[in-house]
Design a protein around this ligand. Structure first.
Ligand code: HEM
Length: 195
């Protein structure tokens, strides 16, 4: 975890702590994911399916832990529907088990999964502008309700993460979720190893 993230844990706001702990990892995804790069409609759709396939394995493995926080579980269904349209099943579950022993850690995972829907709105718009016409249920998520849903999630998260030790456990779990996702994209050859 970066040093400024440790400072943010001490500041008392769990959202600031989670954001600063994961900022650099998010930037890696944002700058490296093929889906986030400009492309034509055919290429964008190809990237979308590859993206969903990797996310399928990742989300499936997070699902049991997400149940402990009670958020982020309803995203697998639209993701599977988009994969099914393309005749794909996605990467299987069982590649990694999240190191989650406490409910606080489960909130850290939920932060990453729920937060990914914010970027999803941006990607949805880009794919539509590139000319992709198929349903994009996963990226569409809650549509116009995304911001309100995120606000409600942050409210619950702040109520759940009060003790500094819980904020630290959630931040560590959130970093794990990002790193696991990056590792899956590297293994499937969609992003290069930066190290
Ligand atoms: C599946 C991969 C991704 C994950 C897990 C992820 C995760 C997150 C998280 C946790 C947040 C919340 C940050 C916060 O406000 O505390 C967030 C916000 C955001 N992400 Fe991503 N993200 C992903 C991919 C992307 C990509 C590829 C883009 C590029 C378009 C992107 C753009 C954004 C934007 C624009 C926000 C909103 C920032 C704001 O409104 O304050 N994300 N994402």
């Amino acid at each position: 975890m970066p040093n400024d993230a440790i400072g943010a844990i001490a500041s008392g706001d769990p959202v600031l702590a989670l954001r600063s702990a994961t900022q650099a990892l998010h930037a890696q995804l944002d700058s490296q994911l093929p889906l986030a790069q400009p492309a034509d409609a055919t290429q964008s759709l190809h990237h979308y399916h590859a993206h969903l396939s990797v996310l399928h394995g990742w989300l499936s493995d997070l699902m049991p832990a997400l149940q402990r926080a009670g958020w982020g579980q309803d995203l697998l269904e639209p993701l599977r529907a988009d994969l099914a349209d393309a005749g794909l099943a996605g990467e299987p579950a069982g590649q990694a088990r999240p190191p989650v022993q406490t409910e606080a850690a489960a909130w850290g995972l939920a932060y990453v999964v729920e937060g990914s829907q914010l970027g999803g709105r941006v990607l949805h718009q880009r794919l539509r502008s590139a000319g992709v016409r198929v349903p994009l249920r996963y990226l569409e998520g809650r549509g116009a309700g995304t911001a309100a849903h995120w606000k409600g999630f942050l409210q619950s998260l702040r109520a759940a993460l009060v003790e500094p030790a819980d904020v630290a456990a959630a931040s560590a779990a959130a970093c794990w979720a990002f790193e696991d996702l990056l590792a899956r994209f590297r293994r499937s050859g969609w992003i290069q190893d930066a190290r």
